[in-house]
Design a protein around this ligand. Structure first.
Ligand SMILES: Cc1cc2nc3c(=O)[nH]c(=O)nc-3n(C[C@H](O)[C@H](O)[C@H](O)COP(=O)(O)OP(=O)(O)OC[C@H]3O[C@@H](n4cnc5c(N)ncnc54)[C@H](O)[C@@H]3O)c2cc1C
Length: 397
């Protein structure tokens, strides 16, 4: 197992770095680096810039219009983009793309894949429901076959970015027979179909990223079923593997550490920069060491995948590692600012806000960001549930 970057990989890193430096619009970069809210247009603009370079679908194989990159190249790309202040690619491209490649009909692939890659269609994920989060198989949104349509009734919740989305890929109940997992199907639903209502949920940092989505006698063509009826659980599980493998978030962790060091260098304690305080510096060093270990774990996982070995529980460690680093860094950032971090100025997260700030903008986004980062231990599987799955895998239960 050679964990060093090859000459080609180093050259690729420099190529990505130069591209992001030259092509990423400054106003988008500034918002990202200040941890402010982004608009849909910011994501679309960046995505289309990448698309023009042939990098719009970094995880897709070449035959479907992707980059055909190796795992290491994808990590380098994500890292360089995140560190330089580029917006994340909207996650659904990496989720629904591989699903359609594996389970979609030729018609579904031909229609949806190019539009998804080019962001002509923005997707959201309709899995969770009130009462069906960790225990996803207990979902109750029903789809009944009537002629050449399914009629969908029910409710989804915590649907990220659904106000921006055109389509939702949803898990629906098509049978109540047998085990709950055996009566679930995977449907593609146009969000502009009559009978769909999206109701925003305001988040703790003031953003409206989530919605509840209500389905009231919504007609969905039967041709929008992916894979077989009642076989949606295997599709859902396949998709979660793609969701998890993207969660190492090395670039984000590095940016958080860099921000922590910057703020700790500017914030003073008894007239001296906080970073010079031995006890505080020890905690920063601890985060940096955890980040190094996290990065090596990711490289080990990639090496296993490249050698056709199943990474097993290590994939789950990646999500837990990123969670620990990001949340610890955000806690230390709050400590840096001390009482100055307490005013909760959600408005400071909006570009161009001209309120009266007694301190630097960075300080006024800290509290909102600190609360916002609690989310990372919930989405894509909570930390508790992730640890439960890992322990079963390791102990063979
Ligand atoms: C930022 C964010 C974005 C999201 N985006 C989407 C999206 O786009 N689409 C979508 O469908 N969903 C989305 N979700 C929802 C997310 O998948 C669920 O919140 C998550 O699965 C947890 O489900 P729940 O909220 O119902 O909590 P619950 O499952 O009710 O869990 C509540 C608590 O109980 C604990 N718990 C539950 N079961 C166990 C167990 N077996 N062992 C130990 N502890 C347990 C949990 O860890 C948690 O602390 C998003 C969530 C967040 C925070």
């Amino acid at each position: 197992m050679d964990l060093n970057e090859s000459a080609e990989e180093q050259a690729f890193r420099l190529e990505v770095r130069a591209f992001v430096r030259d092509q990423l619009p400054v106003e988008i970069r500034d918002k990202v680096l200040k941890f402010q809210h982004l608009e849909k247009s910011d994501y679309v603009t960046w995505h289309r810039i990448l698309g023009a370079r042939g990098w719009g679908a970094p995880t897709w194989p070449k035959e479907y219009g992707g980059t055909g990159w190796s795992g290491v190249q994808r990590v380098i790309f994500e890292q360089e983009c995140m560190e330089a202040g580029a917006p994340r690619l909207l996650a659904a491209v990496n989720m629904i793309g591989p699903i359609l490649m594996r389970y979609g009909t030729p018609e579904q692939q031909a229609y949806f894949l190019p539009k998804t890659r080019d962001m002509d269609i923005v997707w959201c994920q309709g899995y969770s429901e009130p009462g069906a989060g960790s225990d996803l198989a207990s979902l109750r949104t029903r789809a009944e076959r009537q002629g050449d349509h399914y009629v969908v009734n029910g409710q989804k919740i915590w649907t990220s970015l659904s106000l921006w989305a055109d389509w939702v890929f949803a898990l629906v109940r098509t049978s109540s027979e047998g085990k709950p997992q055996e009566g679930i199907s995977f449907l593609l639903i146009d969000l502009n179909t009559p009978g769909i209502t999206r109701r925003p949920i305001r988040m703790i940092n003031g953003s409206m990223e989530f919605t509840e989505v209500f389905f009231d006698n919504v007609n969905v063509p039967a041709s929008n079923l992916v894979h077989e009826k009642n076989k949606g659980w295997s599709v859902a599980k396949h998709l979660l593997v793609h969701e998890r493998s993207a969660q190492a978030d090395i670039g984000l962790c590095k940016r958080m550490l860099r921000r922590l060091k910057e703020v700790a260098t500017t914030c003073l304690k008894r007239g001296r920069p906080l970073i010079e305080d031995q006890r505080f510096r020890d905690q920063v060093v601890r985060v940096e060491m955890d980040l190094l270990a996290h990065e090596w774990t990711l490289l080990r996982v990639l090496s296993m995948i490249a050698n056709k070995r199943d990474p097993g529980p290590e994939t789950f460690v990646l999500k837990l590692g990123a969670t620990a680093i990001v949340q610890k860094a955000s806690e230390l950032l709050m400590e840096c600012a001390g009482p100055d971090a307490l005013p909760y100025v959600a408005e400071a997260l909006h570009e161009g806000w001209q309120g009266d700030l007694p301190n630097a903008l960075e300080i006024h986004t800290l509290a909102a960001n600190y609360f916002d980062w609690r989310r990372i231990s919930i989405y894509g599987g909570t930390s508790e549930v992730t640890k439960g799955i890992m322990s079963k895998m390791i102990l063979g239960l």
